[in-house]
Design a protein around this ligand. Structure first.
Ligand SMILES: [Zn+2]
Length: 271
């Protein structure tokens, strides 16, 4: 081995070690700079949600500017609270969970983990898993409405995480997805890609419900199959979301592109 090659390898090893240590610190370390903490601030936004006027409190500092504008659009009552009468308190609580934890609360713990010897529970488990698909789609639509692209992107991540964990894909959501979205929408694209790459086009046929899905959807799957060609049948080919999730499905108008957290963010949503 030449001296230069040896030094290159040594340098590479040192770099990898440093990166590994940094990752480990990030994952396991208990110390952070104060500036890295949650930017809660001292102001609380009070929401009165649904027809039962359920109170939901959020630290204003955590709410993205676009969402603050959406909330403000409902008008402040008595200088105290925003009435979100037409919204679901359950959905707002799920959104609150995301704001404070960065996680998507779509799992139903009680039903998703049944006792292994109960077939009745197995049926329930299947049902819960299916309702989780639906829940994720509802969360996506809510995120789109309030224009929280970080939330919307995370819901798409969660959908793919579920596909990968359970090794199956949803086959009865075409109407739910297409009814509330427009041409080019990220969820539409992901949903069609799931049908093309995981289902290999079979989901638009019997016995799957999506065979009766919107005409545009069935056309999109057909076009997707033609574009993908033989690749969908090749087990060596990676799924589109495995290679370029962010570029294909994420929206980054006001948030930094994944992997460039320090990039300057310009708010393009200013009316
Ligand atoms: Zn991204």
């Amino acid at each position: 081995m030449g001296r230069t090659k040896f030094h290159d390898l040594q340098a590479e090893l040192k770099k990898t070690k440093t990166e590994f240590e940094a990752l480990k610190r990030e994952k396991e370390g208990c110390r952070v700079a104060v500036s890295e903490g949650l930017g809660l601030g001292d102001h609380i936004t009070v929401l009165s949600v649904g027809h039962n006027f359920e109170s939901i409190y959020l630290h204003t500092g955590l709410i993205p500017v676009q969402v603050q504008r959406w909330i403000a659009g409902h008008g402040l009552v008595n200088g105290l609270l925003y009435p979100l009468i037409e919204e679901s308190a359950d959905m707002l609580r799920l959104y609150r969970l995301f704001l404070y934890s960065g996680k998507i609360g779509s799992k139903d713990e009680d039903i998703v983990r049944p006792s292994p010897d109960s077939s009745a529970h197995d049926d329930e488990a299947e049902e819960a898993k299916d309702s989780e698909w639906h829940q994720l789609v509802l969360m996506y639509h809510f995120g789109s409405k309030i224009r929280d692209e970080k939330f919307v992107n995370k819901v798409l991540d969660a959908l793919v995480e579920k596909v990968q964990e359970e090794d199956r894909w949803p086959t009865d959501l075409a109407w739910d997805v297409y009814d509330e979205t427009k041409v080019g929408d990220a969820l539409r694209r992901l949903y069609v890609d799931l049908h093309v790459w995981v289902g290999q086009g079979s989901g638009v046929n019997y016995p799957y419900e999506d065979r009766d899905g919107p005409e545009q959807f069935r056309r999109d799957v057909k076009v997707g199959m033609i574009m993908a060609g033989e690749k969908v049948h090749d087990p060596e080919v990676e799924m589109p979301w495995q290679t370029q999730f962010c570029a294909l499905y994420h929206t980054h108008f006001v948030t930094p592109v994944c992997g460039t957290a320090s990039a300057e963010v310009i708010d393009l949503s200013q009316d």
